[in-house]
Design a protein around this ligand. Sequence first.
Ligand code: URA
Length: 430
Amino acid sequence: MRMYDIIKKKRDGFELSEEEIRFVVQGYTRGEIPDYQMAAFLMAVYFRGMNERETYDLTIAMLDSGDRLDLSSLSGIKLDKHSSGGVGDKISFVVLPIAACFGIKIAKMSGRGLGHTGGTIDKLESIPGMKTSLDKEQFLKVVEEVGFSIVSQTENLVPADKKIYALRDATATVENLSLIASSIVSKKLAAGADAIVFDVKVGSGAFMKDLDQARKLSSLMLDIVKRNGKKAKAVISNMDQPLGKMVGNALEVLEAIECLKGQGPRDVMELSYTLVKEMLDLAGVKVSFDDIEEKVRSGEPLKRFKKFVEMHGGDPFIVDEPTKLPISRDVVEVRAQREGYVAKIDAERIGNACVLLGGGRSKKEDTIDHSVGIELLKKVSDRVMVNDVIAKVYYSKKSDLESALKIVESAYVFSEQAVEPLPIVLEVIE
Ligand code: URA
């Protein structure tokens, strides 16, 4: 078999066999296929697509490139949750402690920020002392005792995806349904849960820009998981504006703590409750929003989050005293130039402004500044008067402040007519 022939076959729109797909994934992971050939292959897939069978074979070939986590020593039903990536997405910090209160176990492996989207691991590392890589025994011990834990993906968890994703990121080949589905699902299958809920984001701040694409991605992913004998559901949620009010690492942890106290923004609470409900449903536990709310009011999810932080070496007092979080004290206000209603907040621009401030990475090797970010005081449908503060920018270096402020200002679109609030949960796909 020759890589050249496989690239040509896909370029000309033909279906690849399982052996050919395996040859590509194995060869590239082992370093036998060079980046330039793999880049050409990915571009051919980007334009020609893959059918369901090819996507399935690609996922399994990627899954087979590394280790699988064995969760059989944990008691109870093991669930997992995955977001396809958005701006202001701190949902895991809210969903996992609540879901764990109902008796399920969640051993979650998460990634770092990509492009304009933030990463769960970067956010967690804003907690002073917090370790995000634990050895397997310690990780499972936290899950058994607290009900959940979140660690960074281990080196050998789908190494094929690590290499392929980095190349996709550099060659403009991320936004392809088969490539996204195989990347996400191979990692979730390797992480060993019995059932998975996908939070598929759609809108200006997501990889999926329209509902039809989000539906297609959802059914592709559900199909692959089910063929592997596991249960799954997808919740399609709106990313036409950032989720919640806070964007930035420590700021998002702060907002998640507020949510666990029952005081979070409406969209974060609604999406979190929906995801908890669907996860529990897959575990055979039926709960209503009222049951979930009561659990939050009891304070138990917050206690679990505190214990999780403590067991990971982090400072648990950030929960009682959020000023212990490293949030910059240098803040600039952004004010409305006109009167009207907020019609749109471009999530991708807000994500980019956060990256520019140092809250994300422009290059893989960049270090993150956890203290910076953006607070959105006005969201879509809010009425504003001239000179009202619509957002606050938390910065630490003056050099990029002006450009970040311009991006935040340009992300807001106003209308003279009243605007309906955006729905957050668009669909649940079984
Ligand atoms: N998240 C992933 O893990 N992979 C993708 O391809 C896109 C989002």
